[in-house]
Unconditional design. Structure first.
Length: 262
């Protein structure tokens, strides 16, 4: 098989693994719902009851796809980043369900006041995991830090746009598509989110913080693996700007006429 054929096969394997595992996980969770409705049911923006089953399902799918697409230190970094981001997001989905505070500014303010919110746990945990994953992927200190910023920033960005059905999935597919030209890893989150896209668009499920952060972290690792320092730096700047303008980013994704619209 030629080099091009091998690369195509790698992308296909990552896409299929991500989609198959996510779909199987989603179906199993929908049937079982361990812990009962209180754990799995939420109200969406329209006040309609939806489940969170897609979240853990896409985490598992992204891990499976990343494992199929990578090896060695890259595999370790990808699996670590996705699992940590998914776990931190799941914690916030459960513990922070009734907390009205949103955005990293609110949670940083709480930290300054001595309160560690579920969002604060998520911020610290995902940032730390991003830096560890970046250290596994890069050799020089500056590149390790930039990689960590990209991984954590991508996780945060996908969560920022997860404000309506299908918005996070659209972001994952749009951001992942260019990455397919540079490697197979971007196919993992794309396959995972595609597996639950019909139910997401129909408002029957949501990927929640668990799914959004995990998918974003997988994309972030794909960016780091597929780019040199200049490309990683450009992405890091973009994700930092998006975090600073978080309310505006969410408003655009929401389709609101103004930042203050809810």
């Amino acid at each position: 098989m030629t080099g091009t054929g091998k690369r195509g096969a790698g992308r296909f394997a990552a896409l299929v693994a991500g989609a198959a595992v996510a779909r199987a996980g989603y179906v199993a969770l929908r049937r079982g719902r361990p812990g009962g409705p209180a754990v799995w049911e939420r109200k969406n923006f329209a006040g309609r009851a939806v489940d969170l089953c897609a979240g853990p399902a896409v985490v598992a799918g992204a891990v499976a796809g990343a494992a199929a697409a990578t090896s060695g230190r890259q595999r370790g970094a990808a699996v670590l980043a996705v699992l940590a981001a998914g776990a931190c997001g799941a914690y916030d989905d459960v513990v922070g369900a009734d907390d009205p505070r949103r955005g990293f500014r609110a949670h940083l303010s709480a930290l300054r006041d001595g309160e560690l919110t579920s969002g604060g746990v998520k911020l610290i945990g995902i940032s730390g995991a991003g830096l560890v994953a970046g250290a596994l992927l890069e050799e020089r200190a500056v590149d390790k830090v930039l990689a960590g910023v990209v991984i954590a920033g991508a996780a945060h960005f996908v969560n920022l746009v997860d404000v309506r059905p299908g918005r996070a999935a659209a972001a994952v597919l749009a951001l992942g598509a260019p990455g397919l030209l540079k490697g197979a890893l971007a196919a993992a989150p794309m396959g995972a989110v595609t597996a639950v896209l019909p139910e997401d668009l129909d408002g029957r499920t949501m990927i929640g913080d668990a799914g959004a952060h995990a998918l974003g972290a997988a994309l972030g690792v794909a960016v780091v693996v597929g780019n040199g320092r200049a490309g990683v730096l450009a992405h890091a700047v973009g994700f930092v700007v998006a975090a600073v303008l978080g309310d505006r980013v969410s408003a655009v994704a929401r389709g609101a006429a103004s930042v203050g619209a809810r």
